[in-house]
Design a protein around this ligand. Structure first.
Ligand code: FES
Length: 572
């Protein structure tokens, strides 16, 4: 066996330990498996409890075929999977745990490279964080979106239409029975959510970063081309090992620049901000939340997909796919950024044409001229907060209103539909206790449903401010990721119902209009200090003690950076 492969540290030689490592792996594999062939793990997030990823075993089989064909040995490695709709209290609480467990298993095992299979929201981020910290050759295969379902002749967007239809029920314009009937129409096939939610966003952003085979992200889960792409990715993983193409060799600040341009052009999920900051932190790349505004703020919105627009992911594929979008903003991309193939991302754009200008608009007629995420600062968010103008109401982007404060999501649910609640369409809804430490886990609750009595009057958007996140499938004028969070000493804990709050997105300001002298003597709300953030043991204890704020990607402080792939000691 050649000695330059990492796996040879386990398998080469004729001593007792190499005997043990080889012997237990001989379950039908030939001698040649240990004779200098690259050992490629397939980190697989397939799980029946992650329905969006349940089909990844089939994808893994295609990856295996490609690895074998290229002379490697495929080794499936089931890793922690997170079903966004299933796990409580929020999948985000477990993203760092999944990343840490995957990182350790990649490092601990005799592998030379890895193919990462993800789909549902947190799975691709956790896999990328792990691979970046282990720094072995790694390539992502996104599981792909599901096919569009229809109800009463209308296309249904996963997530986005749940929010829309449930608001219609609360407004009294849709019956409960019809709402329930729509449920079986929404999830039509295997795959992840078909809106431009977090799963779709992270698949496309992973490709913009250079970690997916160019042109593969966005391919629907049930499209035969996904399996062909998975096969080719398996072959590529073997080549990446031969060429030692590790994340640290091609992921640079330029890669993140391209990811931010792509995020704005597709009108992607705000969750990409925390995920990209976390991945950059693992790689030691200087990236701040302000980069999203500075780089993305000038990028036009070109993709007409829910929640910001009308269409769904299989429409994007039909209209030319992600590369056709990137081709329109080619001049904004950094041409130096490389991909897993060793070639620059911009090399793949020449033939990418738009076939439906309703779905992908040309640069000359964008849906919005400047669509990127805006970063706000001010007395209410000294560490920053973000807003997605593409999903907001333009009339609310500059607004002053009176705060109506909720101390927790439970407090919100208990009071929001109280007819006596003193609130109108000019009020600013404030929800706190939902940050990384405060919840804990920074859940997707910032897009608070509007009060029933205002919905009945036809109000469909109001300003909402929160230290949590919002679903990538959600819409509205929502200021989120307020930093520092209330439970970490942020001024959000000092706001009282009736205070005036000024939002000015054009000036990038979010201010609590209360004199500093008065704030200095206000005690923070006890609810946000005591809250639910006092776990006594287990992962939650570790998380609350070490989680960073949203502006650092909500990673754990001791997971930032890389440990590489070296293992110092033998197991026997
Ligand atoms: Fe899995 Fe939306 S719930 S991607």
């Amino acid at each position: 066996m050649t000695s330059d492969l990492r796996s040879s540290e386990w398998y080469a030689g004729d001593d007792r330990n190499s005997f043990i490592h080889r012997a237990w792996m001989r379950r039908g594999v030939p001698d040649s498996a240990f004779d200098g062939r690259p050992q490629i793990a397939i980190a697989n997030t397939a799980s029946d409890l992650t329905p969006c990823n349940a089909h990844l075993n089939e994808v893994a089989q295609s990856v295996k075929n490609g690895i074998y064909e290229a002379g490697g040995i495929p080794l499936e490695l089931p890793v922690v999977s997170l079903g966004e709709t299933q796990v409580r209290p929020t999948a985000m609480l477990w993203r760092n745990m999944a990343a840490m467990a995957t990182e350790e298993m990649l490092r601990a095992n005799p592998i030379d490279g890895v193919v990462l299979l993800g789909g549902c929201d947190k799975t691709i981020p956790s896999l990328l964080m792990a691979a970046s910290s282990v720094d072995l050759p790694a390539v992502v295969v996104p599981g792909g979106p599901m096919m569009t379902g229809h109800f009463r002749g209308e296309a249904l967007g996963c997530g986005t239409d749940v929010w829309r239809l449930s608001e219609e029920v609360r407004a009294g314009t849709l019956s409960q029975a019809e709402f329930t009937r729509s449920e079986s129409s929404m999830i039509r096939s295997k795959g992840h959510c078909n809106t431009m939610g977090t799963a779709s966003t992270m698949a496309l952003v992973a490709e913009a970063l250079g970690t997916v085979m160019p042109g593969l992200a966005g391919t629907p889960a049930s499209d035969a081309r996904l399996l062909a792409g998975a096969h080719d990715t398996g072959r590529l993983a073997v080549q990446m090992v031969a060429e030692d193409r590790r994340p640290s060799t091609f992921l640079t600040r330029a890669s993140f620049h391209n990811a931010i341009v792509a995020l704005a052009a597709i009108g992607g999920s705000t969750n990409a901000v925390v995920h990209l900051l976390a991945v950059a932190g693992r790689l030691g790349i200087e990236l701040t939340v302000d980069d999203f505004d500075r780089i993305g703020g000038q990028v036009p919105l070109l993709v007409n997909l829910q929640p910001a627009g009308r269409y769904l992911m299989d429409d994007l594929q039909r209209a030319g796919g992600f590369l056709a979008v990137l081709r329109e903003v080619r001049d904004l991309l950094d041409p130096a950024a490389l991909t897993i193939t060793g070639r620059p991302l911009v090399d793949y754009l020449d033939d990418a044409l738009i076939w439906d200008q309703e779905v992908i608009t040309p640069r000359s007629s964008p849906l919005q001229a400047r669509a990127g995420i805006r970063v706000l600062r001010g007395t209410l968010a000294p560490g920053g907060a973000i807003i997605k103008p593409a999903a907001a109401s333009p009339r609310l982007l500059a607004h002053r209103g009176r705060a109506v404060v909720f101390d927790s999501i439970e407090d919100f649910h208990a009071r929001i539909d109280d007819p006596e609640l003193d609130i109108d369409e000019d009020s600013v809804m404030v929800l706190r206790g939902c940050g990384p430490k405060g919840y804990p886990g920074m859940p997707e609750v910032s897009n608070m449903p509007l009060p029933k009595k205002l919905l009945a009057r036809g109000v469909r958007d109001m300003i909402r401010i929160c230290d949590g996140r919002m679903s990538g499938t959600a819409y509205g004028t929502v200021v989120l990721h307020v930093t520092p969070e209330a439970a970490d000493g942020g001024p959000l804990a000092l706001v009282r119902t009736g205070d005036w709050i000024t939002l000015d997105v054009h000036a990038r300001r979010l201010d609590l209009d209360v004199p500093a002298e008065e704030l200095a003597v206000r005690a923070p709300s006890r609810a946000t200090v005591d809250g639910f953030a006092n776990p006594r043991r287990g992962w939650e204890r570790l998380y609350v003690d070490h989680v960073l704020q949203a502006d650092r990607g909500a990673d754990l402080d001791f997971l930032v950076g890389s440990s590489g792939s070296a293992v110092s000691r033998e197991s026997h």
